[in-house]
Design a protein around this ligand. Sequence first.
Ligand code: NDP
Length: 499
Amino acid sequence: MDQRAATLALPETPRSFGFFVDGQTIEAGPRGHFERRSPGHDVPVTRMPKCTKADLDMAVAAARRAFEDGRWSRIPAVERADVLLRAAQILRRRTEEIAYWETLENGKPISQARAEVGGCAGMFEYAAGAARALHGDAFNNLGEGMFGVVTREPIGVVGLITPWNFPFLILCERVPYILAAGCTIVAKPSEVTSATTLLLAEVLAEAGLPAGCYNVVTGSGSTVGQAMTEHADIDMVSFTGSTAVGRRCVAAAAGNFKKLGLELGGKNPQIVFADADLEDAADGVAFGIGFNTGQCCVSGSRLIVERSVARDFEAMVAAKLAKAKVGDPLDPETQIGAITTTAQNDTILGYIANGKQEGARLVCGGDRLDFGRGQYIAPTLFGDVTGTMAIAREEIFGPVLAVMPFDTMEEAIAIANDTVYGLAASVWTKNIDKALTVSRRVRAGRFWVNTTLAGGPELPIGGFKQSGWGREAGIYGVEEYTQVKSVHIEIGRRQPWVG
Ligand code: NDP
C-alpha cells in the first residue's frame, strides 16, 4: 500500500494535541479538551486543549520577549527568508499528513486539501522574497541641510484569529507575510479545526524559526478569541470570520487602539452576459458556489445573468452542479465534501427553507444528502430570486446559489452593488468594454474576469464596505504588518533657534 492510500483510513482513536508556546508543546492536563468529530464521518478525530486566558497571557508574553530581543525582528531579512524557504520545503514534504488532518476536521475533499497545502508552500516562498524586497523610501529633495528617510518597521506582536472554512490556507495567507515583516505571532484557530495550525508550529520549528515567534493557543472564540482582541500587549489582530464577530473585534480593540485587519463576510456576484462563453461560464459559476461546499467568504452566491439567456444558463449550471461528485471527503474522487459544523448545516438548511417560503423557484438540490453518516447538503439553485429575499441579501455560507436576471449593464452593476458586502465579484463576457466597465464599477476587493476564485501569493485579498479592513498577501500583505517611520536628518549645523 502506498503512503497516500495508507492515510485514507479513519483514525482508530482521536489524536490528542498540545498547544504551543515559546517553542514548547504543552499538554492539556487539567484544562481538559475539546473533542472534534469528523463532519464527513461523525467519528472523533482530534482532541484539543481548552486553553484559558492565562495560557493566552503566557503566549503573548513569549511573543513579546521574542519580538523585543530582536531574535527575529532585527536579524537580516535574508535570514528570515532562509527560514521561510525551509518551511516551504517541509510543507511540501508533509503535504499528505497536513491534508489528511485538514480533511478530517473540516470535511473538505482530500484532493482539495492537498492542493491547498501545495499553495501554502508557495505562500512561504513568495513571502521569503518579499521579506528581502521590503523597503522604505528616501527624500533627497528637502534642501541642502535636510535628508529624509522613511523606514518600515514590524508592527510587533500579532494576534491571528482564523476560521474553520480554510484552517490552513487562511493561516498561510497570513503567517509567512507576518513573519516576513519581522513580527511575532500568537495564533488562535477555530476550536473545531485547530490541528493544522499546530502542525505548522512543528514545521516552523524544524525550519529554524526561533522559539516564541509562532505560538498557538487553542480554545473557544468567546474566551481566548475575545481576550486576544482585548489584550493590551498585542499590537495588531488579524481576524477572519463573520461580520458580527468582526464588529466585536472593533469594539474590543479600542482598549489599546491595536491595529485590526478584518476579512469578513461576502455576498459575491457572478455577472454573466449573453455574449459570454456560456459553457465556460456555467462551469465557473458551478465551481464558484460548489467549491468548499460554498463555505468560502468569496463564494459566488448571486448569479446575475442577462435575461435573454437566463433560463438556459440556469439549466446549464444546474446540470453541472448535479454532476459534481458529493461524498466522503477521504475519497480522492470527491469534489464536494461535508458541511463543516452542525450549526452551519442548520443555518444552510434554514436558508433553503426560507427561500422556498419566500417564493423562489427551486431548480436543483434543496435538501440534505444522506450517506449514512456525516452532514451533506445537495448543491442548490434558486431561480426567480428578488433583491429583498434573505437568500439574495444574507451570507449563507453554503452551496446555495440565487439567480437574478438583468436587462442592461447598468442594472447588472446596480444589483451587484446592492449589498452591504464588497469582498469579491466575477464577470463573464467576451466583450472587453463590458468586462472593464463592470470591473471598475463593482465595489469589491477582488475581481475576476472570465474566471472565479483564482488566487495566489502575489495578489492582495480583502474587502470593500462591510467585508473588512486591510489587505492580506502580496507585498501589500507584508506592508500591513509594518509601521511607517519618518526620519529627518540634519546635515551640517542647524539654524540656531536662540541666536
Ligand atoms: P465566527 O466569526 O464566530 O468564527 C471565526 C473565528 O472567530 C473563530 O476562530 C472563532 O473561534 C473566533 N471567535 C468567535 N467569537 C469570537 C470573539 N468574540 N472574539 C474573537 N474571536 C472570536 O464564525 P462562525 O464559526 O460562528 O460562523 C458564522 C458565520 O460566519 C458563517 O455562517 C459565515 O457566514 C461567517 N464566516 C465567515 C468566514 C470568512 O472566511 N469570512 C469564516 C467563517 C465564518 P471559535 O470557532 O473557536 O469559536
